[in-house]
Design a protein around this ligand. Structure first.
Ligand code: GMT
Length: 373
């Protein structure tokens, strides 16, 4: 099949899922066309089955806001015509599903029918999409997609609660490629970042307020008061300066390392002992799943779809949002008990493998066939 994938090309979970999916589909013989404003960060090489089409938005001083949706719709029309694309798969409703609908209508005028598969990822629904300024356009785009998927049951329920959806929503969870990560197959360069006796605790996100980076630091503060430990904060985002200020206030400067955006997540997770994700909202928590594949147990909140990924008392612990005391206690119970920690590490790895890419790919292939059919 020829599939055009629209996504955000950034480090965010939706872009990562879209890119990894496209790469995997290309290996199964499909011809994939990524359409976005920048080459996706995880898309390192292009080949006969993997193409990238850049969306340019010409800048005119006349406009206060440059019309990205318009440029994206036009680009989609061109790509579909030039490459005989069978289906559009758009990740993140805003504004991708809306732009895809416009492209569909434009192509209809030319006698071409192009079906749309829309995958909802989280904040396109729970935070941004349900805002009154966007809600009617998002509802319309969902209802006019040929197939709609959500990355967790929790996100499906949120979507049904927040929007007047007349569509079936198929739950297709996010995934990992178990062949891509060989946890601990090489010696991890642990000494680069911490001393022998220090536990390494990691948080990876886009440091938006809903990630509750303050909670991450407070949990770590309790951990560091009890045992030698280092906290690695990976990612960039609006709450970074607040986080730096809190680290200074709690006198943790020599124990907290801000690593910024990284393309070496597997290397960081290789030497990580525990992963923290205390988010206020999280439709799935791909970062937690990637940690688990590297045998890293997860201390998380129980928000949204996290309980569909992290299993309490098995792969980590889940607590109500904001309960930093309980999260710190759970973290210390693992970090101070090597036998229990090892059991959780193995459990995390085994559980992560149940999100095998190959199962998910077949679901998407089935849905493409349904959309086309
Ligand atoms: O978490 C973010 O802020 C990024 C966001 C995105 O759109 O990339 O992530 C969302 O999609 C990911 C992939 O499906 C999910 O793993 C994240 O849980 C989800 N984020 C939220 O729901 C807050």
């Amino acid at each position: 099949m020829k599939i055009a994938i629209v996504c955000y090309p950034t480090f965010g979970g939706s872009g990562v899922v879209a890119t990894e999916l496209g790469i995997a589909l290309s290996k199964r013989g499909h011809e994939i066309h990524f359409v976005t404003y920048h080459q996706p960060v995880r898309l390192e090489t292009l080949n006969a089955n993997l193409h990238f089409h850049e969306v340019h938005v010409p800048k005119y001083d006349l406009f206060k806001y440059q019309p990205y949706e318009l440029a994206l719709s036009s680009k989609l029309v061109d790509v579909v015509k030039e490459h005989d694309v069978d289906v559009l798969h758009v990740h993140y409703a805003i504004p991708h599903a809306y732009a895809a609908y416009m492209a569909q209508q434009i192509l209809k005028d030319a006698g071409i029918h192009i079906p749309i598969v829309t995958t909802l990822h989280g904040t396109d629904i729970t935070l941004v999409g349900s805002h009154p300024f966007y809600k009617s356009a998002v509802t319309f785009s969902i209802n006019h997609s040929n197939v709609v998927t959500a990355v967790s049951e929790s996100l499906k329920q949120d979507t049904l609660k927040l929007f007047d959806v007349k569509q079936d929503i198929h739950v297709v969870p996010n995934f990992i490629d178990p062949t891509k990560y060989n946890p601990r197959d090489k010696p991890c360069k642990r000494s680069l970042i911490a001393n022998e006796e220090e536990a390494i605790v990691t948080h990876i996100s886009n440091l938006r307020p809903l990630k509750r980076i303050g909670d991450v630091i407070q949990i770590f503060n309790t951990i560091a008061a009890a045992i030698p430990a280092k906290l690695l904060i990976v990612g960039e985002g609006p709450d970074k300066s607040k986080a730096i200020a809190l680290v200074k206030r709690l006198k943790l400067v020599d124990k907290v390392v801000f690593l910024g955006k990284s393309s070496e997540i597997d290397k960081i997770l290789c030497y990580t002992d525990l992963f923290l994700l205390p988010s206020e909202k999280e439709s799935f928590g791909l970062a937690a799943l990637e940690a688990m594949l590297h045998k890293v147990p997860v201390i998380s909140s129980n928000a949204g779809g996290l309980s569909e990924v992290n299993s309490h008392g098995k792969t980590g612990y889940l607590y109500p949002v904001g309960d930093v005391a309980a999260m710190a206690k759970g973290a210390l119970s693992l970090l101070t008990n090597p036998e229990l920690h090892n059991t959780f590490k193995e459990n995390a790895y085994e559980h992560a493998k149940s999100f095998d890419l190959n199962r998910v790919i077949s679901s998407y292939e089935g849905l493409y066939a349904k959309a086309v059919g």
